[in-house]
Every structure is written in structure tokens, then in C-alpha cells.
Design a binder for this molecule. Structure first.
Ligand code: 6PG
Length: 479
């Protein structure tokens, strides 16, 4: 066949990715969609792309050069499985099937294993950057075999976003590694968005500034160390005026945040791995809380503090909020990278954490200057156990921790929820603590369940005879 790459699934993400591929020198792109209409529409709207259309899978396979390479861009779940089955029927050993949807990484591990048995390569690939990213340059997180990367690498490098001269794509690791890393990207995205929302709320309630005025604050922050896509679009959203009412759009949008599940997966996976992604978890839970109108309706008259927030120096307060946001953001990224580190250990993926931070510098939703600092940290110490202990972040936390504490104290005193700010600080103080009350929990566990404990002063495992004479004995380790 004439095409060197194919795309199956021509909804917005798929058709934009196909157009991006077609716009790069040397590519001829085969396209296929379950219903004929989308294929025909794309053909007629973009004649310049030179697409090779096909209306069934035999035709699609015949339109591709060998080894055939096809990217699936359909809904995660059952739709993805049915496209994979159809492609496996018409493809041959050595061909490559890429799933560019937001698949759960365990599904990707399962699919890769099943497809590999046919001799066909399967690559789960995280794609970030929304519709515009797909068209102009996304951040790409492919997993799968080294062999598939040899073929895919040059094609993916040609369509990815460029950050500081480097394409935002790397071979993340085998089988589900790419989708795992995309999942954590989304968890960090949730945290970043929640932290920004808390900052906005505090400024609004603390200073009485209008959304348009707060847009200016974010625009200014976007010039400094917080520079990022999410801060930039926050200013745009806050500036937007509703045509119907003349009010700020943010004031007429229903305050119930949706979620399609990747944030929850990040937290569920972290719970299974035993990784404390508390800031990310709070961001997911904050969306859940917002989306229970029946509970909120009966809770509006619960007692709150007598005093409402009154800020003496609005500029100083806004600067404190900025520092609290920055410190909490460092925690969110540190937690996310901790989850990637733990996932890599669990699933035996050789993930280069510095390379991940680099491919997130462009194209994706969490793109930011900040990611250069993470890249620096891992360049200095590749096996850094806690990202936020890197010198640059220690400096930033040293500068911001007082403001961070003030803001959380102020929020608590005024009855303003700041769940992601506060849980990030608790995580930070938990890490710092020389002694944690976990010792007491071990004592309680030993009391009611003979779960045993270890001692600080000698090796071994111990149990106190709580219901007997309360002497201590050596015991089997039961964890
Ligand atoms: C991206 C985004 C994207 C995700 C949306 C929706 O990287 O381009 O992460 O993949 O689907 O952000 O997420 P929610 O609907 O769960 O907010």
C-alpha cells in the first residue's frame, strides 16, 4: 500500500492527529472510521492532506506499507478492544498497532500480551495536549517493545511538540509504561487545576477582586516561576464574559466538576502501590464533593466561623497565595514522580524520570517552565528518592513555606476550603518529621490484633502480652 502510517477513529483527536501526521514531510496517512461519514467528511474538508481512505479493515490493511503501523484513536474500553481485534485479523507478524486512547495501563498490559502472541506489536501510547495538541504537536508517551520504537520513533518525533529544540516524545518503557505515565500526568493535571482553583477562591474571597481583576493576577504569575499552560488558560477563563447575562462566565458555570476517570485511576493505583499521592487524591475528591448537590443542599447552614476573611494588605496576601500555590505544586509533582518511580519498580519498567519531565515541557496540559527544574534534579541525581528534596526545590520551599502556612491557617480560620493546599503541607510536614505517631498506631495494632512491632533499639519483632502480664515477647513478623 502507499501509506506509511494509518489512523483508525476519526473523532476530533483522531482526525487532528491524522492531519498532523499528513502535514509532515514523507508521510502518507491511511484513514479509517467505523462509520463512513467521518471518513468522507475528513476527505472533503482536508484535500491537502492526501489521505488514503478505506471503508473496511481489509482495505485499510492493504493501503499500508509493511511493517504496517496504525494508531487507534477511539474511546478507551470496549471500543478499543473491538478495533484491536479487527486489526489483528488483517495485520501480519511484525506490524504495529498503537493505542493512542486514554487506556488504563493494566488493560494495555493485558492487550500487549495477547497481541504479542500473534507476532504483531502492540504499543499503548499516552497522548496529551487535547485537540490542539493532536493537531499542532502533542506530548507523546509510547510504551511497547524496543522493536516497535525503532519504526515508530521517527514518525512520532516528527509530529510531537518541540520544547527547547527537543521533540516531546520518548520510549517510556515496555508494555503499559506509556499509559501508566499518561495516567500520572493526568493525576498531576487534576492537582494543578485544583490548586489553581483554590488560589483563585482565596484571592476572590480575601480581596473581593473580580474575576477579570484576578485574571490579571494570573497573567502576571504566568510571567514568573509559575509560568505554565494551566495558569495561562486560567487567566483566559476568568476574563471571559457571558454574552447572555454580561456576568463573568465563571459566575454562571455550574460549580460541579466532571471527571472521566484518569485522576481516580492515578489515586487507585497509588493506593495499591502504597504511594502517598495525597495532594492528587484531594484534587480528585474535591471534584467528587463538588458534584454532590444533594449533600451540599443540606449542608449550607452548618456552622462556620463567626469572622469572615478580612485581608489588611491585599498585595501581600496575593503574594502569599502565589507562594502557597508554588509550594503545593512542588508537592503534587513530587508525589506524581514518586508514583512513576514505584510503578516502574513494580512492573519492571526502565523509566527515565528526567526524560519524562522533558517530554512534558511541551504539548501537554501540564506543560510548564517548572519541568526544566525537575529535569535538572534528575540529571543531578537520577535515583533521587524524593523529588522535592532536590536543591532547587528546597530553596523554593524555604522561600515559600511561611506563606504556605499562613495561607492555610487563614483559610481554616475563615472557613474556606483549601484541601489540596492543606494536604500538600501535611505531606511535607509528614516527610520532615523526625518521629511520626505511626509508633502509636503500631502499639494499637499490637494491642487489638497482636500485629507486632519493631523497636528502635534492637532488631527483631515484638509483641506485648496486653491481656496478660504486659511483658514483651519476641514474635513472628506478621507486618
Ligand atoms: C490531556 C488530558 C486529556 C484528558 C482530559 C479530560 O492530557 O490532553 O489529560 O487526556 O482526557 O483532561 O480529563 P477529565 O475529563 O477527567 O477532567
Amino acid at each position: 500500500g502507499p501509506a506509511n502510517i494509518g489512523v483508525v477513529g476519526l473523532a476530533v483527536m483522531g482526525s487532528n492527529l491524522a492531519r498532523n501526521l499528513a502535514s509532515r514531510i514523507g508521510n502518507t496517512v491511511a484513514i479509517h472510521n467505523r462509520s463512513r461519514g467521518k471518513t468522507d467528511a475528513l476527505m472533503s474538508e482536508h484535500p491537502e492532506a492526501g489521505f488514503v481512505p478505506s471503508y473496511d479493515y481489509e482495505e485499510f490493511a492493504a493501503s499500508l506499507q509493511k511493517p504496517r503501523t496504525a494508531i487507534i484513536m477511539v474511546k478507551a474500553g470496549a471500543a478499543t478492544d473491538s478495533v484491536i481485534d479487527a486489526l489483528v485479523d488483517v495485520f501480519e507478524p511484525g506490524d504495529i498497532i498503537v493505542d493512542g486512547g486514554n487506556a488504563l495501563f493494566t488493560d494495555t498490559i493485558r492487550r500487549e500480551k495477547a497481541v504479542r502472541e500473534t507476532g504483531i506489536n502492540f504499543v499503548g501510547m499516552g497522548v496529551s495536549g487535547g485537540e490542539e495538541g493532536a493537531l499542532l504537536g502533542p506530548s507523546l508517551m509510547p510504551g511497547g517493545s524496543d522493536e516497535s520504537w525503532d519504526t515508530l520513533g521517527p514518525i512520532l518525533r516528527s509530529i510531537a511538540a518541540i520544547a527547547e529544540g527537543e521533540p516531546c516524545v520518548t520510549h517510556v518503557g515496555h508494555d503499559g509504561a506509556g499509559h501508566f505515565v499518561k495516567m500520572v500526568h493526568n493525576g498531576i493535571e487534576y492537582a494543578d487545576m485544583q490548586l489553581i482553583a483554590e488560589a483563585y477562591d482565596l484571592i476572590r474571597r480575601g480581596t473581593g477582586r473580580t474575576p477579570a481583576q484576578i485574571a490579571e493576577v494570573f497573567a502576571e504569575w504566568n510571567e514568573g516561576e509559575l509560568e505554565s499552560y494551566l495558569i495561562e488558560i486560567t487567566a483566559e477563563v476568568l476574563r471571559q464574559v457571558d454574552a447572555d447575562t454580561g456576568k463573568a462566565l465563571v459566575d454562571v458555570i455550574l460549580d460541579q466538576a466532571g471527571a472521566k476517570g484518569t485522576g481516580a485511576w492515578t489515586v487507585q493505583t497509588a493506593l495499591n502501590l502504597g504511594v502517598p499521592v495525597s495532594g492528587i487524591a484531594e484534587a480528585v475528591f474535591a471534584r467528587s464533593l463538588s458534584s454532590h448537590p444533594e449533600q451540599r443542599a443540606v449542608s449550607g447552614d452548618l456552622p462556620g466561623p463567626a469572622e469572615s476573611l478580612s485581608v489588611a494588605d491585599p498585595d501581600a496576601f496575593i503574594e502569599d497565595v502565589r507562594l502557597a500555590l508554588y509550594a503545593s505544586k512542588i508537592v503534587a509533582y513530587s508525589q506524581g514522580f514518586d508514583e512513576i518511580r514505584a510503578g516502574a519498580a513494580e512492573y519492571d519498567w526502565a523509566i527515565d524520570l528526567g526524560a519524562i519531565s522533558k517530554i512534558w515541557r511541551g504539548g501537554c496540559i501540564i506543560r510548564a517552565q517548572f519541568l526544566n527544574r525537575i529535569a535538572d534534579a534528575y540529571a543531578q541525581t537520577p535515583d533521587l528518592p524524593v523529588l522535592l528534596t532536590a536543591p532547587y526545590f528546597v530553596d523554593a520551599l524555604t522561600r515559600s513555606q511561611d506563606a504556605w502556612r499562613r495561607i492555610i491557617a487563614t483559610a481554616a480560620g475563615a472557613g474556606i476550603p483549601a484541601p489540596a493546599f492543606s494536604s500538600s503541607l501535611s505531606y511535607y510536614d509528614g516527610l520532615r518529621a523526625k518521629r511520626l505517631p505511626a509508633a502509636l498506631i503500631q502499639g494499637q495494632r499490637d494491642f487489638f490484633g497482636a500485629h507486632t512491632y519493631k523497636r528502635i533499639d534492637k532488631p527483631g519483632t515484638f509483641h506485648t502480652l496486653w491481656s496478660g502480664d504486659r511483658t514483651e515477647i519476641e514474635a513472628e513478623d506478621t507486618h
